[in-house]
Design a protein around this ligand. Structure first.
Ligand code: KG4
Ligand code: ZN
Length: 338
């Protein structure tokens, strides 16, 4: 039987990306064009600049994705697109492109939730991964513990009550003068730091898998201020290593606790923060200690990309989830509501 090809389009933040995936599992192309460099001077993503760049990139990126996959729009079986959550201006650009192509070529349109995309990145590299499994989705905007009961069926068991993990990385990085995005910068600095330099607070809630990262962020800021007041040197690498130790520790503890309590034997990492080396190491160690299976996407598939959207769209389509032309951009939308 001929392969079922999905074209995936992602434009929810600062990456304009398109990809072609065969049968929800095989990556044929994944083209990513990022406006990240333009945002660095502002210390974070500027929605207006991101939208303009999406407009510029969207058509060439889709063209390249089709070309690199050695296919054409005629051969595509369904078009998946991120409808939310994210920056509305960016989402609209991807949505308009996807709707236009779907309408012109007579292809089914599938609206994909951004976090469902992140989770589905794992299907691309782990051919035998099947639900159910426990997932940690940690990105710049979200930190969720999600029980994936079946394809397209999600139950959020824990979430952050304030900052997302990636957001905490970005804020602490800014305070340390390491720039934006903070995750990769802190990850790198922490490699030559002492994780035992200071025990930053690890917030836990009774009878809950929820997170809170605003306390640790404040603790880092207070520590920095006290060093500055005392005119002491700032051990940036040690602070990064200690911050990372605490954040990753809580992410790992809560995820494995949720897996244990629900009887899950497989744990999956997803989202931009899943690119973090400490987090990957900690999850690997914990899984192996408990005799559990761990899956994590390669780093390029952790951060935003079209391939994860194409993979998610395949399974959504197979379940009959087809969108019509009224599909709209949603700045906020819970995964629970899919
Ligand atoms: O998933 P993503 O690309 O975009 C969103 O959906 O938000 O995630 C971006 C976030 C940023 O906060 C960034 O600092 C963080 O992921 N990030 C990392 C690493 N690489 C990216 N955080 C920790 N360690 C990393 N290596
Ligand atoms: Zn993302």
């Amino acid at each position: 039987m001929a392969d079922f090809l999905t074209l995936g389009i992602e434009s929810s933040c600062d990456e304009t990306s398109a990809a072609v995936v065969a049968n929800g599992r095989k990556l044929l192309s994944n083209v990513i064009s990022s406006s990240l460099e333009l945002h660095k001077a502002y210390g974070g993503v500027v929605p207006e600049i991101a939208s303009r760049k999406h407009l510029e990139f969207i058509v060439p990126v889709i063209d390249s994705a089709l070309k690199e996959a050695g296919t054409s729009l005629e051969r595509i079986n369904a078009i998946g697109v991120t409808f939310g959550p994210g920056l509305v201006g960016g989402l609209l650009v991807g949505l308009m492109a996807a709707k236009g192509l779907a309408y012109a070529a007579g292809k089914p349109l599938v609206g994909v939730h951004h976090l469902e995309g992140h989770i589905s990145a794992n299907f691309l590299e782990s051919p035998d991964l099947e639900p159910p499994f426990m997932t940690l989705v940690a990105s710049g905007g979200h930190s969720h513990i999600v029980l994936v009961e079946d394809y397209g069926k999600y139950k959020i068991l824990g979430r952050t009550r304030d900052d997302a993990a990636g957001e905490a990385y970005d804020k602490v990085s800014r305070a340390l003068g390491l720039g934006y995005p903070g995750g990769p910068a802190i990850d790198k600095a922490a490699k030559s730091g002492d994780p035992g330099y200071i025990a930053f607070p690890r917030t836990r809630f009774k009878d809950s898998y929820d997170f809170s990262f605003s306390g640790i962020k404040t603790a880092v800021l207070n520590h920095l201020n006290s060093l500055k007041m005392a005119e002491k040197d700032i051990p940036v690498n040690d602070i990064c290593a200690s911050f990372q130790e605490a954040v990753c520790g809580v992410l790992c503890d809560n995820t494995f606790r949720a897996a244990r309590d629900t009887g899950m034997k497989t744990v999956v990492l997803a989202g931009g923060v899943a690119a973090n080396s400490k987090l990957r190491e900690l999850f690997e160690q914990t899984a192996s200690k408990r005799g559990m299976r761990l899956e994590k996407p390669s780093r390029i598939l952790c951060t935003d990309n079209g391939a994860m959207i194409a993979a998610a769209a395949y399974y959504a389509y197979k379940k009959g989830r087809i969108s019509d032309m009224t599909l709209n951009a949603e700045a906020t939308y819970s995964l629970d509501d899919m």
